[in-house]
Structures are given as structure tokens and as C-alpha cells.
Design a protein around this ligand. Structure first.
Ligand code: ST9
Ligand code: ZN
Ligand code: ZN
Length: 378
């Protein structure tokens, strides 16, 4: 993946050193550290963000609505509202707890599974963990892993262009969920065909998930979450279906979609100010660690998707736990010095390390020791 060399360390964590600065994200400027801005002071710090999504924008292609999806989303959201009502009225305590746990399980199937393991191959997992993640992933029903990962790889490679399936220059709603209600831009398919997916087709578990996807998703995303509360603690089937099933599913979808909408628009850009993805701690909270999105687009192969370790990052804790018991290995990360160099060269000046070296700036976001960065996200 790109211009990086790997070096193994005895702790099983692979660090990637950045060899050259090219990273495939270019909006027409090749940057020394200035991203085309001429008023960059010598220290490379610019206290404003030059990212203006309107500037990336091309002509919006005509929309071809997919009414089946629109109708399903309307039904889903009405059901979710009813599910919230049931949570506060009829649902048993265990059912409320189960709704929450199922959200985290499905969420991990996306974050630790589809995203960090399969789309980015930022670590490796042994069979039992891969099987667990396929199960969790199916619970989240966000298309099969191979389709999800292909869309995601195109998203990284062609961010903020027509080939990006959820191109954020087309507005918050399009990036959030609108993209699932219209036919894809032809560029998505054209550019997508060039993405190598052979590594994922090589995994029999993923081929199995793809082959039986419809059957599996009905079973895992809806039938199991409805019947388990019924058999284990006697919950009413209707209540379980609308809470553990539909409300939990809808909630997980929105938490995922916020990464494409909010975290592509709102927040600081300490690592690369020339791209729209941002550091957004609220999104990280809902998306169990995936809101540190400026870092992630700058260093997509880091299994933590963040510089900040376990900070608002349940997914990293989950992977570290499985590393501890030997089921996850070859965890890739980025050395501190590489991050620092990159942040100073291309960041927006909010990287906390700066405060360590440059006195006299306003103390907004100031940290005293420089080792427990506390990123601000407006
Ligand atoms: C869902 C996915 O919600 C959410 C993904 C979010 C990603 C987030 C990423 C952020 C970072 C990670 C953070 C995780 C945080 C998680 C937190 C959890 C707490 N390349 O698809 P078709 C081909 S899914 C190459 O029909 P249309 C395709 O193969 C929700 N080719 O396009 C086919 O070719 P062929 C549930 C591509 O007709 C042809 O194009 N699911 C690519 O335009 C047509 O494909 C849904 O709602 C590509 N990238 O329809 C339904 N893409 O014919 C989802 C397509 O040769 N999908 N092709 O086989 C659909 O209904 C349709 O895809 C559509 C577009 C209507 C959206
Ligand atoms: Zn993104
Ligand atoms: Zn990614």
C-alpha cells in the first residue's frame, strides 16, 4: 500500500516508515509543506484550515433514485422510532442491554473486521477471530465484506472525487446516506474495476459470506437478535424485533455513516490539512474509534486508525485483546517520529506536539507533557 517500507519489531507490531511524501491525495497542489498556501510561516503552522469542500466540487451528476432503497430506509426509520418508544415502555432491562451489546458487536464487525482487517489489512487474524468477525460483520448488514472493502478502497484512493462512492463534496446528506439511494456515479465502477480484490477473494470465509449473503444477513441481523431475547429471558418477539433488530441496526448504520459525513467535514486536521477528513471525537465515540479520520486518511494502514491508542477507541482495545491471546498478529502502526514529521509538514498546526516546541501560541488545546495529546475538534 503506497510508498512505505515495513520493518518487523519483536513485539509483533510492524512499524511503517514513510519514505516519500506522495500519498495519492492531491487536489492539484503539490506541497512542500504549504499545500499551495503562500502565507505559511517558517514553522509551517497555519491556524486556519484551507479545506473548502466547495473547491473540490465538479458538476453534480443527474440523480437516478433507487426507490426500493428509499422505501426500505423510510420503513427502517419509522421502525427505529417505534423501537425507541418500546425501549422506554415495554422492553425488559436485559433487552435494553442486548440492544446496546448487539450494536457494539455489529460495530466491531465493521471496524475491526471489514475496515481495519479486510479493507486495509492493517493486521492479520487467525481463523477463529476471522470467523467471529464475519459473524459480527453479518450482524451489521452493510453489504458483504468484499463489496464493502471495494467501495472503501476506492473511497481512500479517490477521496472527494466522482469515483468516491460517498463523495463528501456532494454534501452532508449524500455522504451520509444519500449515496445508498441513487445509482452510483459511473466513475465509481470504472475506477473500482482497477482495485485489486484478489486478497479478499482468496479467503474462503469471505467467499462463503458473499455466496450466502442474503440468507445469512436475514438470519444473523434480524432472526437471531429477535429470538435470542425471547428464548433467553422471555422477551416478547415484537419488542425484541423492533429494539434488538431494527433500532439497533439503524443506529449502527448512522454511527457508521457519520464517519463519511461529519468526520469528512467537521474537526481539526493535524496530520494533513489538504484533505477533508477530520479528527472528530464525537464520531469516534459513536463509531467505536473510527472518528480520528484525518489521521486515518493520512496513515490508512495503522491498525489503531488513530495516533492516540485506546483513547475513545474500543476497536483498538478489541484488537489488542486478541493480539494478547495470539489471535491477532502483525499489527501495523506508525513511528512517533514519522507522525511528527508529517504533522509538521502538512498538518493544520493543531497537532499537540507543536505546543511542546513552539511557545507563545494561544494555549487552546495545550497539553503539558506532549505525550498525552488532547486533540480539539471544535
Ligand atoms: C451500508 C454501507 O450502509 C456503509 C458503508 C460505510 C463506509 C464507511 C467507511 C468509513 C470508515 C470506516 C468506519 C467504520 C465505522 C463503523 C462504526 C460502527 C459502530 N468498484 O452496487 P450496484 C459495480 S450498506 C467496482 O448495483 P448501482 C458492481 O459490481 C446498507 N465496481 O450499483 C456492479 O457490476 P456488475 C445496506 C463497482 O446500480 C455494478 O457496478 N445496503 C463498485 O449504482 C452495479 O453495482 C444497502 O442499503 C466499486 N466500488 O446501485 C444497499 N461499486 O453488474 C446498498 C459497484 O458487473 N447498495 N460496482 O456486477 C445498493 O442498493 C446499490 O449498490 C446502490 C447503487 C443503489 C447504492
Ligand atoms: Zn473517509
Ligand atoms: Zn479506511
Amino acid at each position: 500500500m503506497g510508498p512505505y517500507v515495513e520493518s518487523m519489531h519483536s513485539n509483533g507490531i510492524t512499524e511503517l516508515k514513510e519514505e516519500t511524501k506522495a500519498n495519492g491525495h492531491s487536489n492539484g497542489t503539490s506541497n512542500g509543506h504549504s499545500n499551495g498556501y503562500t502565507d505559511v510561516p517558517d514553522d509551517g503552522i497555519v491556524y486556519k484550515t484551507p479545506v473548502n469542500l466547495e473547491e473540490y466540487k465538479g458538476p453534480t451528476p443527474p440523480k437516478q433514485y433507487v426507490w426500493r432503497n428509499i422505501i426500505l430506509f423510510v420503513y427502517l426509520h419509522m421502525s427505529a422510532i417505534y423501537g425507541v418508544y418500546l425501549l422506554f415502555t415495554e422492553a425488559m432491562k436485559y433487552t435494553i442491554l442486548a440492544t446496546y451489546i448487539l450494536y457494539l458487536m455489529g460495530g466491531l464487525g465493521i471496524t475491526a473486521g471489514a475496515h481495519r482487517l479486510w479493507a486495509h489489512r492493517s493486521y492479520k487474524a487467525r481463523l477463529p477471530l476471522r470467523a467471529l468477525l464475519v459473524f459480527f460483520n453479518t450482524l451489521a448488514f452493510q453489504n458483504d465484506v468484499i463489496e464493502w472493502a471495494r467501495d472503501h478502497r476506492v473511497h481512500h484512493k479517490f477521496s472527494e472525487t466522482d469515483a468516491d462512492p460517498h463523495n463528501a463534496t456532494r454534501g452532508f446528506f449524500f455522504a451520509h446516506m444519500g449515496w445508498l439511494m441513487v445509482r452510483k456515479h459511473p466513475e465509481v465502477r470504472t475506477k473500482g474495476k482497477g482495485i485489486d480484490m484478489s486478497d479478499l477473494y482468496a479467503d474462503p470465509l469471505l467467499r462463503f459470506q458473499k455466496k450466502y449473503y442474503i440468507l445469512l444477513l436475514v438470519l444473523v441481523c434480524f432472526v437471531i437478535p429477535t429470538y435470542v431475547p425471547h428464548f433467553l429471558w422471555g422477551e416478547n418477539l415484537r419488542v425484541a424485533f423492533f429494539t434488538c433488530g431494527l433500532l439497533r441496526y439503524t443506529w449502527t448504520l448512522h454511527m457508521t455513516w457519520l464517519v463519511n459525513s461529519a468526520a469528512h467535514m467537521v474537526g481539526m486536521r493535524p496530520y494533513d490539512q489538504s484533505i477533508s477528513p477530520s479528527e472528530n471525537r464525537l464520531v469516534s465515540l459513536g463509531a467505536i474509534g473510527e472518528g480520528w479520520h484525518n489521521y486515518h486518511h493520512t496513515f490508512p494502514f495503522d491498525y489503531k486508525t488513530s495516533e492516540l491508542g485506546w483513547k475513545i477507541n474500543l476497536t483498538t482495545m478489541f484488537i489488542d485483546f486478541f493480539w494478547l491471546i495470539g489471535l491477532a498478529y502483525d499489527l501495523k502502526t506508525v513511528p512517533k517520529e514519522t507522525i511528527e514529521k508529517r504533522a509538521k509538514r502538512t498538518g493544520d498546526g493543531t497537532w499537540p506536539g507543536h505546543h511542546h516546541h513552539h511557545h507563545g501560541h494561544q494555549s487552546n488545546g495545550h497539553v503539558s507533557n506532549g505525550h498525552t495529546p488532547d486533540l480539539k475538534d471544535d
